[in-house]
Design a protein around this ligand. Structure first.
Ligand code: MTE
Ligand code: LUZ
Ligand code: MOS
Length: 763
């Protein structure tokens, strides 16, 4: 059967030849206009006037639409409506949409949008988390707290041999999907129905937003998505306002409109991974056993709430990473700043929460003059551990993963070799680390854990499957087709998935949280089982020699060969008032070993080795899953060591505050071929079926992302070796990304001394 075999991604051939169609490739419908957005140039200001004189006179200009032109509601937002489609009186970030211009070409639309002149009265801006804390600038009703035991009592009681405190800043990250946001919107039947094809993880959200801003019922709005060129969370919500902006001129002029963002605009307006600040106090014994954690975390949400509270919550749920901590208090706050609204990004706050953990674990190790690996090993959670939000850990494979990886990477030998290398090299240093992870699977909002599917069997035995999930390169459609093929016992080539569409499967959650193969797989299986049950009376006669013959025989007997399938994740639920519950259906566990070499004089580094081990139960498709692990790890490597977003901050007035200076690959360094570890091994844990998901599999998309922190801590280990040469053995703070300047400065020697005070770290 197809399930479990390493099938090739179903659209890989089209993708490598460039034939695969994305929204921007679709031939334009007749009469189509191109949209460009009029964007705020100020982080916080009152709009005094808008002058369209310069735009109107340009060739091809077909209209400018502002807040006053929106036919339905101008208020939008995925959770609460705290955003405006078009800013009416105030702008609260650079890149906020003030209006939309339509013109005959993309280039003319951009020129016209530039020519719309806006006069502002500037107001004070809040940019960083530290600015927000100083200004007491938080999103309303977003305070959160989780508690297990009495942390204060533990610190006071004297049971802790040592107590440390510290701070860590966690950096943001641009999604850098290869396909920027794009939508094609048109009207039908005289202008009263609206259809669109959008590059989004959430077609239902596009349908909902456009229904709302146009004042047209959802039943008359259809959104389709065939595939997207990457989303990584960046198109979970932030694609919708872009499509909605294009829908306004489309509806009012009754003409098709296409909007395609240029890379720089996409980066400037569509939000990033949240940066975080963590302030920790940790108590532990001289042996390194953890006793108590008191943690405050903050995230930089930007100018609207979007998903920032859920991101904060997931960070709080992951604030133990994999460690047994008897007493825990975690409190969190969502900072309001004058930046474009930050949003979902692979891991959804989990990686930020876990990076804070591993930073203080490293701090504990330095304090005790032990290795971080010793601290990690003796505090690993085990089967039955009660987590700080009350959930009991079940089917825990952490210690198996840890032991298997430690032996397969020959950790003790690697340690000796690295120490020897460091002894013989003054300006190059090597470092290593093993980091474990666990990632909770389920949307933390219970209602989102639902999935629909629609399966049609045709008389020739071919099967058309549709489900609520979007194919974004992660291989979802391939896995789902495998599940349907196995269910009907037909070849994979007999199953086809064409698109995701709001009129085939309604009310779908965004394709996110890594749970799509679990949820849509189960929904599709439900539909297949229904059809099989109806076919059974005919099938049991055993008169057919093929599935096609069987399907046709059923058709002749007037049997319904189409079914709607549905799945809800059972046994989950969490209550913030009690702070206890089962948040996640299960966890995906993993561990990674990394070895790096740094150049202490330039701050450059290279990853020599990365060995990654994941527990994916019985993988639905090991070829795709290994690809997901490799991709997640390298994307994570970018986050911890390469990618730095540079904003003009409020403290330095000669720089434009709130302006993103890194708007393209020239200034923003994403991983490339040369950043791949020289030795890069990915393995899957064997013999660990998962009882909690379809065909004993596990979710894979986000969990391996955090494992790239092994590279970060290997870099820090190498810096520790460099500092040791000069007798420095005190703990030091290193924030991600570990860019060359940060690595170089952290090596702190005679050459860095004169610059230590001028080295700029925004606070
Ligand atoms: N893989 C590719 N190629 N492109 C993507 O955009 N997104 C990731 C992950 N893997 C992504 C990807 C993210 S953020 C998530 S949540 C999951 O895929 C979503 O898909 P799944 O639920 O099918 O795993
Ligand atoms: N999106 C969301 C997510 O809305 N809720 C979640 O819990 C989540 N988790 C991961 C990724 N996206
Ligand atoms: Mo992924 S951040 O859940 O789209």
């Amino acid at each position: 059967s197809s399930v479990g075999s390493p099938e090739v991604h179903l659209s890989s051939r089209l993708q490598v030849t460039g034939e695969a169609e994305y929204v921007d490739d679709i031939p334009l419908p007749p009469n189509c206009l191109h949209a460009a957005l009029v964007l705020s140039k100020k982080p916080h200001a009152r709009i005094i006037s808008i002058d369209d004189g310069g735009a109107k006179s340009l060739p091809g200009f077909a209209g400018l639409f502002l807040a006053k032109d929106v036919p339905g509601g101008n208020d939008i937002g995925p959770v609460i409506h705290d955003e405006e489609l078009f800013a009416s009186q105030f702008v609260t970030c650079v890149g906020q949409v003030i209006g939309v211009v339509v013109s005959d070409t993309h280039e003319n639309a951009k020129l016209a949008a530039e020519k719309v002149h806006i006069e502002y009265e500037e107001l004070p801006a809040v940019i960083s988390i530290h600015d927000a804390i100083r200004a007491n600038s938080f999103h309303p009703n977003t305070e959160r707290c989780l508690k297990k035991g009495d942390v204060e009592q533990c610190f006071k009681s004297g049971v802790c041999d040592k107590i440390i405190e510290g701070e860590v800043c966690v950096g943001g990250q641009e999604h850098f999907y290869l396909e920027p946001n794009c939508s094609l919107v048109w009207t039908m039947d005289g202008g009263h129905e609206v259809h669109m094809i959008s590059s989004t993880q959430a077609p239902q959200k596009h349908q909902k937003y456009i229904s709302h801003v146009l004042g047209v019922p959802m039943s008359k709005v259809v959104c389709k998505t065939k595939r997207i060129g990457g989303g990584f969370g960046g198109k979970e919500t932030r694609s919708a306002f872009i499509a909605a902006a294009a829908a306004v001129p489309c509806y009012l002029l009754n003409r098709p409109v296409k909007i395609t963002l240029d890379r720089d605009v996409d980066m400037m307006i569509s939000g990033q991974r949240h940066s975080f600040l963590g302030k920790y106090k940790v108590g532990f014994t001289n042996e390194g056993k953890l006793l108590a954690l008191d943690l405050e975390i903050y995230n930089n949400a930007g100018n609207s709430l979007d998903l920032s509270l859920a991101v904060l919550e997931r960070a709080m749920f992951h604030s133990d990473n994999v460690y047994e901590i008897p007493k825990v208090k975690v409190s969190g706050r969502v900072c309001y700043t004058n930046l474009p609204s930050n949003t979902a990004f692979r891991g959804f706050g989990g990686p930020q929460g876990m990076l804070i953990v591993e930073n203080w674990i490293q701090h504990v190790a330095v304090e005790l003059k032990k290795t971080p690996e010793e601290i990690r090993e003796i505090n690993l959670q085990i089967e039955g551990s009660i987590l700080h939000y009350g959930q009991q850990l079940q089917h825990c494979t952490l210690s198996r993963l840890w032991d298997e990886l430690k032996s397969s990477c020959e950790f003790s030998k690697a340690r000796k070799d690295v120490d020897l290398f460091n002894l013989h090299n003054r300006w190059k240093k090597r470092g290593l680390a093993i980091v474990p992870t666990k990632f909770g699977i389920s949307f933390t909002s219970k209602f989102m854990n639902q999935a629909g599917a629609l399966v049609h069997v045709y008389t020739d035995g071919s099967v058309l499957v549709t489900h609520g999930g979007v194919e974004m390169g992660q291989g979802l459609h391939t896995k789902i087709a495998q599940i349907a093929a196995s269910s009907f016992c037909i070849p994979l080539s007999s199953v086809f998935i064409s698109e995701t569409s709001t009129d085939k499967v309604p009310n779908a959650s965004p394709t996110a949280a890594s749970a799509s193969s679990d949820m849509y797989g189960a929904a599709v299986l439900d539909a297949c089982e229904q059809i099989k049950a109806r076919m059974e009376p005919i099938a049991s006669r055993q008169k057919h020699t093929s599935f096609a013959e069987l399907a046709n025989a059923c058709y002749m007997e007037r049997i319904d060969l189409s079914a709607h399938g549905f799945y809800i994740t059972p046994d989950i639920g969490f209550d913030w008032t009690s702070g206890k519950g089962s948040v996640f259906k299960y966890y995906t566990f993993g561990a990674a070993f990394a070895e790096v070499e740094i150049d202490t004089l330039t701050g450059d580094f290279h990853t020599r080795i990365a060995d990654v081990l994941l527990d994916l139960g019985y993988s639905l498709n090991p070829a795709i899953d290994v690809g997901q692990i490799e991709g997640a790890f390298i994307q994570g490597l970018g986050w911890v060591a390469l990618e730095e977003l540079k904003w003009g901050d409020a403290d330095r007035k000669w720089i434009r505050p709130g302006h993103l200076y890194t708007c393209g690959p020239g200034t923003y360094k994403i991983p490339s071929a040369n950043d791949i570890p020289i030795r890069f091994n990915v393995s899957l844990l064997k013999g660990a079926p998962n009882v909690n998901a379809i065909h004993s599999s596990k979710a894979v998309g986000e969990p391996p992302f955090f494992l790239a922190s092994s590279v970060f801590f290997a870099i820090k280990d190498a810096i520790v070796a460099a500092r040791a040469v000069l007798g420095h053995d005190e703990w030091f703070q290193l924030d991600n990304p570990a860019t060359p300047e940060r690595i170089r400065m952290a090596c702190s020697d005679d050459f860095t001394k004169p610059f230590a005070s001028s080295y700029y770290r925004p606070k």
